[in-house]
Write a protein that binds this ligand. Structure first.
Ligand code: EPU
Length: 424
């Protein structure tokens, strides 16, 4: 049987919680280390399943990984054998696609297994492949594997427009272009904080990147990138998750290492709706004092950064179930990300899924504990953990491992806040 969380809800949530390094920054930065044969030291790496899987794929390729304590690694990729990209592990992790761009600069041709299936929408790797094709790459699609090749002498164009604001496609292209010794303009680039962090790392390696964090990025590559040392940025999605957890449970929580300026619209939306929050930007601390007033949100509009992130959509849904009136949740990005809201109805929430991209949540609802909540995806799982902490009675959530893909030691850290949660 899959691992379960058993949560007794209704306990007082209070205390301090530390935000760890960003998973979605660590993943591309680990991939970027293959751009050089020199050692790279990365600190503030979150100890989560997705990061462990990414490191293990690299190790299978011949990367040498030395760990220092729980959160730092030194990686050196001298002799790599990319046959390992045909293994099953690649299939388990969607982010394994991030190896493609940087490895192409080293090998010219990469054949790999299709990366992991996606439970939250029909995400394909099409944006990545179209971009590489537009840069002059030859793409071949097989049943189990696909390959991309840049024949000797390919001269990529000086400007590239992505098909959509794709986060990992932006990262793949930025890594690829960092080794091309000329300036390329990337348009329709995604601008999430993890992309900005990757750009910082690539700059330390020797590339010159301007405009990261906007939709127009200029990348001046160099033929030989060098090793670099980097501290991963704090995870704004983790900070946002803890914030919504604290407000939902009406807790008094001090969230440390919170990247406040990356949560502008999240904070504005919450504060405008009566959330009692103190912000200390200088010390990167967010404090909550007892929840959110009974006002309704009316609408939660999900958008690429700097909009309200899709990765917080399900948790906002849980909070909307605690506030008065109807909240429209508009999720334009994924077409299968309302699973958590559906599960929430088992706990007593009133939710109407209007279509794959819009849901109405009516509140306030008194949530009750239920044995038999299924976690489908990482962020939906975190939202359901929040719901179970709010609910009266015991909730048993199945497929707990999903949450561990992205939240380090979630059980220990929530217990330290007073939560009654265990994993069995
Ligand atoms: N999309 C659009 N229009 C756009 C941009 C995206 O419709 O302009 C759609 C895409 O078609 C896709 C979805 O939105 O269905 C996400 O697209 P994207 O390519 O940006 O996603 P990704 O790069 O595969 C990363 C994160 C996800 C996060 C998304 C969106 C990593 C490793 N993964 O995925 O994180 O949800 O960006 O912000 O960075 C997670 O951490 O749990 C997670 C799923």
């Amino acid at each position: 049987m899959s691992a379960r969380f058993i949560i007794k809800g209704g306990k007082k949530i209070a205390g301090t919680i530390d935000v760890r390094g960003s998973k979605n920054a660590a993943l591309p930065i680990i991939a970027a280390t293959v751009l050089t044969e020199e050692p790279c030291r990365i600190s503030n790496v979150p100890r989560v399943l997705d990061v462990e899987r990414m490191l293990s794929i690299l190790e299978r390729m011949g990367g040498v990984i030395k760990r220092e304590g729980n959160h730092a690694v030194t990686i050196q990729n001298k002799n790599l054998d990319i046959e390992a990209l045909k293994s099953d592990t690649v299939k388990q992790l969607r982010a394994s696609i991030l190896f493609l761009g940087p490895l192409l600069t080293r090998f010219g041709k990469v054949t790999m297994r299709y990366p992991g299936g996606c439970k939250i929408g029909a995400r394909s790797i099409d944006t990545h492949l179209t971009a590489l094709r537009d840069l002059g790459g030859h793409v071949r699609l097989g049943r189990k594997y696909f390959s991309v090749e840049f024949p000797e002498g390919t001269s990529p164009p000086s400007a590239l427009t992505l098909k959509e604001f794709s986060v990992t496609a932006t990262e793949n292209v930025m890594m690829f272009l960092s080794s091309i010794p000329r300036t390329t303009c990337l348009k329709i680039a995604a601008s999430e904080p993890h992309i900005q962090d990757l750009a910082k790392f690539l700059s330390k390696m020797g590339a010159r990147i301007r405009g990261a964090g906007t939709s127009n990025v200029a990348i001046k590559g160099v033929r030989t990138l060098s090793g670099a040392s980097h501290r991963i940025v704090s995870d704004y999605i983790e900070a946002g998750t803890f914030l919504l957890l604290a407000l939902g449970t009406r807790g008094n929580v001090r969230i440390k290492n919170a990247p406040i300026s990356q949560l502008d619209l999240v904070l504005k939306t919450l504060i405008a709706n009566g959330a009692r929050i103190n912000l200390n930007e200088r010390e990167s601390v967010i404090e909550t004092r007892g929840g959110i007033e009974d006002r309704d949100f009316t609408k939660i509009q999900i958008l690429p950064y700097p909009g309200i992130p899709t990765d917080l959509q399900s948790a906002f849904g849980v909070l909307a179930a605690q506030t008065k009136g109807a909240t429209l949740i508009h999720e334009p990005l994924y077409e299968n990300r309302f699973h958590a809201l559906k599960e929430l109805t088992k706990m007593g929430a009133r939710v109407k899924i209007l279509d794959p991209h819009r849901a109405l949540v009516y509140g306030p609802s008194k949530l009750k504990g239920v044995n038999g909540i299924t976690i489908q995806d990482l962020r939906g799982g975190a939202a359901l953990v929040i719901a179970a902490l709010i609910a009266r009675g015991t909730t048993i959530l199945y497929n707990a491992k999903e949450v561990e893909r992205g939240y380090e030691d979630i059980v220990g850290r929530l217990r330290a806040l007073g939560a009654d949660i265990e994993k069995v």
